[in-house]
Each structure stands twice: as structure tokens, then as C-alpha cells.
Design a protein around this ligand. Structure first.
Ligand code: HEC
Length: 139
């Protein structure tokens, strides 16, 4: 008889602690992610001609990029500002990212997959990426 009573007293405590534990867990995960979300790659930045950045802005506006990206905040994909923060302005990175925009892909940001853009030429994709990189100036 004594045991049952104990259980009766214990059960609300168990229920509450269950909820505490399981409500906390996802929060902690999100916090950890935001800390090491952007690992900036060190490197000296080259300059981006203003007219290239301007052209990239127009190309991006006419493409589907803004269905998944926002400038300031995360959306389906990372914020353009965050992409600008991560990569130094260097031809190797611009080429790599341009290639990725065309091929699509995942794994760099822990997000879902970016759709491929096979109709873009490598030159157009480079110009778009240059515009994204030019956002470094406003950060
Ligand atoms: C269907 C949604 C979607 C569309 C449309 C989209 N993106 Fe993305 N983009 C993503 C996702 C998701 C990621 C993150 C991929 C990853 O984690 O590697 C991403 C990542 C990127 C990156 C960073 C890649 C890296 O490896 O760091 C660049 C640059 C980029 N997108 C540019 C563009 C441009 C330019 C367009 C328009 C032509 C575009 N995206 C359209 C979803 C999209």
C-alpha cells in the first residue's frame, strides 16, 4: 500500500520532468547551431567592380533565388549576408559557388538541397555570386 502512495506522489514529478527535459532539448540544439553557424574562411578580399555587382543584382531578381534566399535572414537557404560573411572575395570561391548554383547541392550549411540552375551560364552565375559577395561592404 505504501508503495502505491509513493508512486502517486512521484508521477506528477515524473511527468513534469519529462516535459522539462524534452522541451529543453530542441532549444539547446538551435542555440548551438547559431553559434557556429557561420565559420568565416580567412583570406584577403579582392574588389568587386560596382557594375558587376549591379548586374548580378538584376540577374538574381529575374531568377528564382529569392524563393529560397533572403538578404538578411535565413530562409530555405542561408541569408545572402551570411554567404558573404563566410567566403573571402577570391576567384576560386566565386568559381566554386557559381558552379554550385548551376549544379545545385547541399551540405555546406546543413540545409536542404539547393535546386540546380542548368540554364544559367557560368558567367551569369559568377556575376550573381559577385553580387552576393558585394554585400560584405554593408555588413
Ligand atoms: C530551392 C531553393 C533554392 C533556390 C531556388 C536557390 N537556392 Fe541557393 N541555396 C539553397 C540552399 C538550401 C542552400 C544551402 C546549400 C548547402 O547547405 O550547401 C543554398 C546555398 C547557396 C549558396 C552558398 C553555397 C555554398 O556552398 O556555400 C549560394 C551562393 C546560393 N545558394 C546562391 C543562389 C542563387 C544565385 C540562386 C538563384 C539563381 C539560388 N541560390 C537559388 C536553396 C536555394
Amino acid at each position: 500500500m505504501m508503495r502505491r502512495k509513493y508512486l502517486l506522489y512521484l508521477s506528477p514529478i515524473l511527468v513534469v520532468s519529462f516535459f522539462l527535459c524534452c522541451n529543453n532539448a530542441p532549444e539547446q540544439k538551435i542555440e548551438r547551431k547559431s553559434i557556429d553557424y557561420i565559420r568565416a574562411i580567412p583570406g584577403v578580399n579582392d574588389s568587386i567592380p560596382a557594375e558587376i555587382a549591379e548586374k548580378g543584382k538584376v540577374l538574381i531578381a529575374y531568377s528564382d533565388c529569392y524563393t529560397c534566399h533572403k538578404i538578411q535572414e535565413r530562409s530555405v537557404g542561408p541569408a545572402f549576408n551570411d554567404i558573404a560573411k563566410r567566403y573571402p572575395v577570391k576567384k576560386v570561391y566565386i568559381d566554386m559557388l557559381a558552379q554550385k548554383v548551376i549544379m545545385g547541392g547541399s551540405r555546406s550549411w546543413g540545409y536542404p538541397v539547393m535546386s540546380p540552375h542548368p540554364k544559367l551560364s557560368i558567367e551569369e552565375a559568377r556575376i550573381m555570386v559577385s553580387y552576393i559577395m558585394s554585400m560584405k561592404r554593408n555588413l
